[in-house]
Design a protein around this ligand. Structure first.
Ligand SMILES: Cc1cc2nc3c(=O)[nH]c(=O)nc-3n(C[C@H](O)[C@H](O)[C@H](O)COP(=O)(O)OP(=O)(O)OC[C@H]3O[C@@H](n4cnc5c(N)ncnc54)[C@H](O)[C@@H]3O)c2cc1C
Ligand SMILES: *[C@@H]1O[C@H](CO)[C@@H](O)[C@H](O)[C@H]1NC(C)=O
Ligand SMILES: *[C@@H]1O[C@H](CO)[C@@H](O)[C@H](O)[C@H]1NC(C)=O
Length: 498
């Protein structure tokens, strides 16, 4: 109690000396502004505040100066106006699943616009377009589109992930080889810019902003509503697994080589998959958009090469298949949402790996990963290749940068979590070292990283480069035009062009 009083007295005198530069004075100013503009907020320490401030990644907890809880576009505009007036960095938060807690700003003292109350989903059967609130979660969207029209669009497997963070920065899942990334299904977005105006964006309205949003959206505004085109959800979808005998470095090298040859040459288009490796098991997992009989025919050439067989193949309808990979989580989920983990994660995008690199990767897998008692996994997404819908999209069509069917064959997620207590301060080198076994053998133009699996240990310049590669200069130029004072800032945000 006494310490608290002394502390707040000290902060208060600092605030007087530095008008609008201390957390306390900014908090008071933003609270006043939001109140005057009738923007709903989470009262500090209310249950809503506690829910909204709690990040999916418990390793990275931050304290905002305020949390707005808008339900209309006008609320979002007023919130952005207040942020500009008070001079506080503002970040939209949709599903809160950023690996770096960028929805909270990725550091203390930001103003958070929590969007998950704006989560409506409607489907227009005449246009086959879905209108989706920017705070809706993937499982809710999938449920509504299937229910209302047996429709779908591509996205990831976790039902709690927010549509905005996910689709604005890529969005890979078990429809992506067949139908592309979530970002490829956006046909329109309503966005509040840094100057608090609201604009429509599409191929024909504000096309440069629309280009930038689709890959780097968190840097340019707050999307309030999306329009997604949709595809007819296939009526038969088959979930399958193949246990891979990757129990030695040589088995990993030969299995991986077979897999990448198959993918590169043109894995059947309806096949969607990943290798999931963990301490006790390595599996090929996926969804085939078709019947189990069709899957068996399509996958046989690979199984022959791998010397493996299907360990499971189960045919479902569309939502049955989606549920299969949610491992028992509630699918139609909105607010409140409480799932959390404590972890460090890294990503990569690479071409087919040369044998020398594969050897180093496999040695690390066997010697370092298999011998730790950490709870790690690696996911190797079957991303590119001759039949991938992702790499059929032209390289400059969206700001999402990985569209080259030769160079962008695999997307990887490396994940190391602790189930009790905090993440160890000496924990990072395990995944850093593994990723280095890939990048050491490739040129910088061959690999990149994926901001949807953000790694906040990278400095800002490195991060921008590895997340956006050839598209970075065009993004920085637009940042200068739209947000020169960097209102939408987080530690790895795109910087204005110099
Ligand atoms: C359990 C789990 C499973 C996942 N599975 C997959 C997967 O299968 N495939 C895949 O590709 N990724 C996957 N991801 C990663 C996921 O796509 C990213 O973490 C994504 O950015 C999360 O979006 P969000 O809205 O939930 O996050 P948030 O933390 O709310 O936002 C992420 C970023 O987007 C910004 N943002 C949020 N809303 C808006 C908006 N309205 N306008 C502009 N910017 C906005 C935020 O400011 C922040 O920078 C998974 C993540 C988790 C935790
Ligand atoms: C806000 O920014 C947009 C994009 O630069 C611009 O078109 C618009 O005129 C600006 N509005 C105001 C009120 O300045
Ligand atoms: C992409 O590049 C082509 C060829 O240079 C150009 O004509 C087109 O306008 C570009 N598209 C976008 C969206 O920038």
């Amino acid at each position: 109690m006494r310490t608290g009083l002394i502390l707040s007295a000290a902060l208060a005198s600092w605030a007087v000396a530095n008008p609008l530069s201390s957390p306390l004075s900014k908090r008071a100013a933003i609270d006043d502004c939001l109140k005057a503009a009738n923007v709903p907020v989470d009262a500090p320490n209310s249950n809503d505040w506690k829910l909204d401030v709690n990040p999916f990644n418990q390793r990275l907890k931050y304290t905002p100066v305020a949390i707005a809880a808008p339900t209309t576009v006008q609320h979002v505009q007023a919130a952005v106006s207040c942020a500009a007036k008070v001079g506080v960095k503002v970040n939209p938060k949709s599903g809160g699943h950023s690996y770096a807690s960028f929805g909270l700003g990725g550091e203390n003292g930001h103003f958070v616009v929590q969007l998950d109350r704006m989560n409506s989903v409607s489907y227009n059967s005449a246009t086959q377009i879905a209108t989706v609130g920017a705070g809706a979660r993937l499982g809710r969207i999938a449920t509504a589109l299937y229910r209302d029209g047996k429709r779908a669009f591509s996205h990831g497997t976790c039902p709690g992930v927010g549509v905005a963070g996910h689709s604005l920065h890529g969005g890979f899942g078990f429809s992506s080889h067949t139908h592309g990334l979530a970002v490829d299904w956006i046909v329109g977005a309503t966005v509040v810019l840094a100057n608090a105006t609201v604009v429509e964006t599409s191929e024909t309205e504000n096309p440069e902003i629309f280009w930038a949003l689709r890959g780097a959206g968190s840097n340019f505004g707050i999307v309030t509503t999306f329009k997604f085109k949709t595809f007819a959800a296939p009526s038969q979808v088959t979930a399958f697994q193949v246990n891979l005998p990757w129990n030695s470095a040589s088995a990993i090298v030969s299995g991986w080589s077979a897999l990448q040859d198959w993918l590169k040459a043109g894995m059947p288009k309806e096949m969607n998959g990943r290798v999931f490796g963990g301490p006790s098991q390595t599996q090929l997992q996926g969804l085939y958009h078709g019947s189990s009989a069709q899957l068996r025919t399509a996958i046989q050439p690979l199984l022959t090469k791998l010397g493996a067989s299907l360990s499971n193949a189960q045919q479902y309808d569309w939502m049955g298949a989606f549920s299969y990979y949610t491992y028992g989580q509630q699918v139609d989920v909105s607010r409140p949402y409480n799932l959390v983990e404590t972890f460090y994660s890294k990503s990569l995008v690479t071409p087919a790996l040369p044998n020398s690199v594969l050897q180093n990767v496999a040695n690390y897998w066997m010697q370092k990963a298999k011998s730790t008692n950490r709870d790690w996994f690696i996911i190797i997404d079957l991303y590119g290749g001759a039949n991938s819908a992702i790499t059929k999209v032209p390289n400059n069509a969206t700001s999402y940068p990985y569209r080259d069917s030769n160079n962008h064959l695999f997307l990887y997620e490396f994940y190391d979590r602790v189930n009790f207590g905090s993440y160890p301060s000496n924990g990072f080198s395990f995944l850093d070292g593994w990723v280095k076994t890939f990048t050491d053998g490739l040129t910088a133009s061959q690999w990149g990283m994926y901001i949807n699996y953000a790694d906040p240990t990278m400095d800002r310049n490195t991060a921008q480069d590895v997340y956006f590669r050839q598209n970075l200069p065009r993004l920085q130029k637009l940042k200068t035009q739209l947000d020169p004072t960097e209102l939408f800032y987080y530690p790895q945000a795109i910087s204005p062009a110099k």
